[in-house]
Design a protein around this ligand. Structure first.
Ligand SMILES: Nc1ncnc2c1ncn2[C@@H]1O[C@H](COP(=O)(O)OP(=O)(O)OP(=O)(O)O)[C@@H](O)[C@H]1O
Length: 244
């Protein structure tokens, strides 16, 4: 079982204060306050609760209505943090007509990182054998891992991974969670979203969101203890009941 690596006295890697985001005329984030520290932080909540919107705000690609988002000591998306935040989404932003290695080589040049980075990240996501495969012919899960590999280029200080294990088989899912913890041990803060509550136990800390609001911020054990629930999923349900 994992333990909390984010000590309260540590300065946060990312800090969100009073964040309000409107999409489609509706406040989808309703005044969020939270911190992301070192280690692996899980961002969990039901579909539509605002996880992807929060992640977009952290990488600076979301228009915000109010509040502040600070990453590595600078405003999210500012030039000072460019290249220091890795972001992988469910719809990987990679080129279908290029091979895996060509994609990574292209993004490595854009980021100004050395070519040896391509080989390193290929190993991390277990795609070394598919390096010459055209991305358009890969499975959905493999394609997602190419996007993940792009996010890992240059060893960013903050990794923002939007549902990186969706659609993967249990063996690969377990292996990737192992990789996230290795990356965290090497110094990165890793924020991973999921709407699968059983992935919560793999995280050092959890941010539980619901309907654009933070429901709880704790370790998996802390959440279970607080609510007397046996699982994080039951803890989540207990917190929803409590808030009614
Ligand atoms: N482009 C958009 N225009 C208007 N509303 C949007 C847009 N994108 C998302 N939303 C709304 O914002 C809310 C939060 O969406 P978001 O994608 O952040 O949720 P999520 O928790 O990441 O969901 P999922 O787990 O399904 O990916 C949802 O109610 C969604 O309908």
């Amino acid at each position: 079982m994992s333990t909390s690596r984010s000590l309260p006295s540590e300065p946060p890697v990312a800090e969100v204060a009073g964040l309000v985001v409107r999409r489609g005329g509706r406040a989808v984030l309703q005044g969020l306050d939270l911190r992301v520290g070192h280690g692996v932080t899980g961002l969990l909540g039901p579909s539509g609760s605002g996880k992807s919107t929060l992640m977009r705000a952290l990488v600076g690609s979301q228009l915000v209505s109010a509040g502040t988002v600070t990453v590595l000591g600078h405003p999210a998306g500012s030039p000072a943090v460019r290249g220091r935040v890795g972001y992988a989404t469910q719809s990987a932003g990679v080129y279908d007509d290029l091979s895996v290695a060509e994609n990574l080589g292209f993004f490595a040049r854009v980021l100004g990182v050395g070519g040896t980075e391509v080989e390193r990240v290929l190993e991390v996501v277990d795609l070394a054998e598919q390096r010459d495969a055209v991305v358009g012919r890969l499975s959905g899960g493999q394609r997602g891992r190419v996007g993940l590999a792009v996010a890992l280029l240059g060893s960013p200080g903050l990794l923002v991974l939007d549902e990186p294990t969706v659609g993967l088989d249990p063996v690969l899912r377990a292996r990737l969670w192992g990789r996230f913890h290795e990356l965290a041990a090497a110094g990165a803060a890793v924020l991973v979203s999921s709407h699968v509550m059983d992935e919560a136990e793999r995280c050092d800390r959890l941010l539980l969101v619901r309907e654009g609001r933070l429901l709880a911020e704790d370790t998996p054990a802390g959440l279970r203890e607080r609510t007397g629930a046996g699982t994080v999923e039951d803890a989540f349900l207990a917190l929803v009941e409590e808030g009614r």
